[in-house]
Design a protein around this ligand. Structure first.
Ligand code: ADP
Ligand code: MG
Length: 549
């Protein structure tokens, strides 16, 4: 085999490598691919040079150029490789390389025999190759690419060492060139393998990471396939179990979802499916949990197209927003209640004005001699008006905002002051009110708060009873305590209410707020009093026990 054939083969292989690396650089724009492309270009040049150097005698300029190119090429290959595996090429290597280039060029110019000045250069570059090979062996990637590259580097390095000695043996030289070319080729191909193995490795890691994310997210993540392959839900993350109580495998098609969507929201879902292509906002709807509870869900989905532009999959996220929706509803209800309360207060005020006129005329007419025979009736009318006025005054006093105003007062006086108002409330529901007030010491109380507490309790008691029931309000003292209790003959509290005592917004009534008892607990707490509930099928008694002062 002639040296020409060997070099020609190597040059062709080299051109292929330049094209491959240039392609990889254009595709992925990594610095190391650029370094490798240039390196392979230089290598080609170098081989072209070596042809003229070793076969034909050539000028010193060509020799110097050859030496410089050899060094640059080697350093580029090595720096590209180290960058690729995420390491940094030590400055010492580059520095030594440049220093040697200068010395060797000088040696070539002053006609020192080639095989002598070659030795330090070959030793240096060979060592750098071997070192690079060892670095690559240490990287954490599995596969043939790593073995190919690292051994390629090490063998190229070792093979370089024999160059000064074998170069001049004519029959060996071409084989030496061929071996060198083949080894470098292995390295170049090996790097590409490593690149793909590394990329795949990173992809795998990312896939594991995303899997971890989706499997553990509290939101439900899904993919629904419209065309191609198996149509239906391709993936539903395990959070679905939390949301609706079913496993991912239980949900296979849209139909399975529609089955558990609240019937009023089915139209909405169908609409979403129909106009999927231009929908990317949040949509909320209700789902029926396996345990029967209603769940508010909010979903956002995106449509993905296949290469032909047809809609292929829908990827979406579904979130449980039940808590938020319920809170919004509660706030809205509270706001309505607030408005109703304010309006009632101003209405009461408006009612009181004409009452004053009526009262004035009644008094005036009652004192006229011609009406003396109706004296009793006038007296009764005025009394009723007084009572009405009393109720309105109490009612208005409740709606006014007052700061906590704790004073020594009698619990009995507060009960008596509210008696008319409670009575009025009870009459509407045909309930009888009975007071049992014992002689009790005065307590430190906030007048308005105790009134609110008493009204909340009596309201609940009246609401709990059918017509004809008896509402008893009792005060008493004993054992260092003073108590106020409200007793009714209603059906008692449900288990659910008892389990959630003191929590706001727990109600069994159509228009209820679920705030009454919660407020009573707060008021009792502020008065250092204990709220006690005895409830059963024949009635409920709620008592507040204050400590005696
Ligand atoms: P609301 O009256 O607006 O429902 P409350 O906090 O006053 O809110 O009461 C909460 C729930 O407790 C009521 O819905 C009812 O179910 C229960 N409850 C309260 N008082 C009684 C009572 N005296 N008898 C039976 N159930 C009661
Ligand atoms: Mg209530």
């Amino acid at each position: 085999m002639s040296i020409d054939t060997a070099i020609t083969t190597a040059v062709i292989a080299n051109i292929l490598m330049v094209i491959t690396y240039a392609y990889l650089y254009i595709q992925y724009r990594h610095g190391y691919f650029a370094k490798w492309t240039i390196a392979w270009l230089l290598h080609g040049l170098r081989m072209a040079f070596s042809e003229t150097i070793y076969i034909h005698q050539s000028s010193k300029l060509v020799v110097v150029g050859y030496i410089v190119i050899s060094f640059i090429y080697s350093l580029l290959v090595i720096s590209g490789t180290t960058e690729f595996v995420g390491k940094k090429l030590s400055k010492i290597w580059t520095g030594t390389g440049m220093f040697l280039t200068v010395i060797i060029c000088f040696a070539a110019i002053i006609d020192i025999p080639q095989y002598i000045y070659m030795i330090p250069g070959v030793l240096f570059i060979g060592s750098v190759y071997i070192a690079t090979g060892i670095v690559i062996r240490g990287i954490n990637i599995k596969g043939i690419g790593k073995t190919l590259t690292s051994w390629g580097f090490i063998l190229v390095g070792l093979h370089l060492f024999d160059m000064p000695f074998l170069l001049h043996i004519n029959w060996i030289a071409p084989w030496g060139y061929l071996l060198d070319g083949v080894l470098r080729f292995f390295v170049a191909i090996g790097i590409i393998f490593v690149y793909y193995e590394k990329t795949r490795n990173e992809l795998d890691k990312q896939r594991i990471y995303y899997k971890l994310l989706t499997e553990n997210a509290t939101d439900v993540i899904y993919r629904y396939r419209i065309i191609g392959g198996h149509q239906g839900f391709e993936y539903i993350s395990p959070a679905i179990k939390q949301l609706i109580g079913y496993e991912s495998d239980d949900i296979k098609s849209i139909k399975d979802i529609l089955n558990i969507v609240h019937h009023e929201d089915r139209r909405k879902i169908n609409e979403i499916i129909r106009v999927m292509s231009n929908n990317d906002g949040f949509v909320s709807f209700r789902l029926r949990h396996k345990n029967g509870e209603l769940v508010w869900a909010e979903q956002k989905a995106s449509l993905f197209f296949d290469p032909d532009g047809r809609p292929a999959t829908v990827d979406g996220i579904v979130r449980d927003v039940t808590k938020r929706v319920l809170l919004e509803q509660d706030v809205a209800r509270l706001d309505r209640l607030n408005i109703a309360g304010q309006m009632a207060a101003s209405l009461a005020h408006e009612v009181r004005n004409p009452l004053t006129t009526v009262q004035g005329y009644l008094q005036l007419m009652g004192s006229r001699p011609e009406f003396q025979s109706f004296k009793d009736q006038f007296f009764m009318l005025l009394n009723e008006l007084d009572r009405t006025n009393g109720i309105i005054t109490e009612y208005l006093s409740l709606s006014k905002d007052k700061l906590l105003d704790i004073k020594r007062r009698s619990l009995n006086d507060i009960v008596l002051a509210l008696h008319a108002l409670i009575q009025a409330d009870a009459v509407v529901s045909k309930v009888e009110v009975r007071l049992k007030l014992a002689k009790i010491p005065e307590l430190f109380l906030d007048d308005k708060e105790i009134k609110q507490l008493l009204l909340n309790l009596t309201r609940n008691a009246i609401e709990a009873m059918p017509a004809g029931g008896l509402l008893e309000i009792e005060t008493g003292a004993g054992g260092g305590e003073v108590f106020l209790s409200v007793r009714d003959q209603g059906p008692g509290m449900s288990q659910e209410i008892l389990q959630n005592l003191g929590k706001p917004f727990i109600t069994t009534k159509e228009g209820g707020t679920g705030l009454g008892l919660a407020i009573c607990y707060r008021i009792a707490g502020r008065h250092n009093a204990k709220l006690n509930i005895e409830t059963g099928q024949t009635g409920t008694m709620i008592s507040i026990r204050f400590r005696k002062h």
